[in-house]
Design a protein around this ligand. Structure first.
Ligand code: HEC
Length: 236
């Protein structure tokens, strides 16, 4: 009986281990770091929103990460007219498919989508965006360590530089980019934090609410207990 119970308890762990053969680098947790999230939003709007939409995310929700509507209007609103609009793009899906062989998916909930497959969507994205390497066999000239034969070109290559896949299956920087490798990783960390935030803008609030509820219950318990003692004290 004990063995069966143990097996049942461990089953989800085994299932998880089987799915996660890929080595993923750990994304830094910047879910409460407003400057990082703001930088991530800036990178996203500048480098990703040309091809990918985030059509469930409204620009004015950027006020959740500490920006004012005016700042959003002045700095981030290239692809829309009003801050109440969602992050859509002008490119037609059919054209995109023809150009890249695959249509760039909407990225609003990408962290959650990849998270259900790999345990942590943030880690997958962090590894993906740092895992492009030169591959002349590909139409775009690029391949990726966690997304084999990806249709997306390495749009951040000027910043990261060029990597090559070595015979030892490790990436090596062959041409430096504008950023040092730690700087590039830091920027991708910010971008991934923002991508994660978009999929779950209420996550931080929900965690805080959970703590408040627990404190409330603890306080309630003290009072209920005192009240119970008060009620029962004459009966004994
Ligand atoms: C030039 C157009 C283009 C730009 C710019 C671009 N992408 Fe992509 N992206 C694509 C295409 C096309 C695919 C689909 C690849 C496939 O399915 O083979 C893709 C796929 C992806 C995926 C994988 C989605 C999945 O299926 O899980 C992620 C994540 C992603 N892009 C993130 C980004 C981010 C972040 C940026 C900004 C730094 C960005 N992309 C900029 C074209 C683009």
């Amino acid at each position: 009986m004990k063995k069966l119970l143990l097996a049942l308890l461990c089953a989800p762990l085994l299932a998880f281990a089987a799915g996660a053969e890929l080595h993923l680098d750990k994304a830094p947790d910047r879910s409460r770091d407003f400057p990082a999230l703001q930088n991530g939003a800036k990178v996203f709007v500048n480098y990703c929103l040309n091809c990918h939409s985030a059509s469930y995310f409204r620009y004015n929700r950027l006020t959740d990460i500490g920006l004012t509507e005016q700042q959003v209007k002045d700095n981030l609103l290239f692809a829309a007219d009003k801050v109440g609009e969602t992050m859509t793009i002008a490119m037609r899906r059919a054209d995109a498919k023809q150009w890249f062989g695959a249509a760039p998916p909407d990225l609003t909930v990408i962290a959650r989508a990849r998270g259900s497959e790999f345990g942590s969507g943030a880690d997958w994205l962090y590894t993906y965006l740092r895992g492009f390497y030169r591959d002349d066999a590909r139409p775009t000239g690029w391949n990726n360590t966690v997304f084999a034969n990806v249709g997306m070109p390495h749009v951040l290559w000027e910043l990261q530089g060029e990597q090559a896949m070595g015979a030892d299956h490790k990436l090596a920087l062959t041409k430096p980019g504008k950023l040092k490798s730690q700087e590039y990783d830091a920027m991708v960390g910010d971008l991934v934090a923002f991508l994660t935030h978009m999929g779950e803008p209420m996550a931080t609030f929900r965690k805080e609410l959970g703590v408040i509820v627990l404190i409330f219950l603890a306080v309630l318990f003290v009072f209920s207990y005192a009240l119970k003692r008060e009620y029962w004290k004459d009966i004994h």
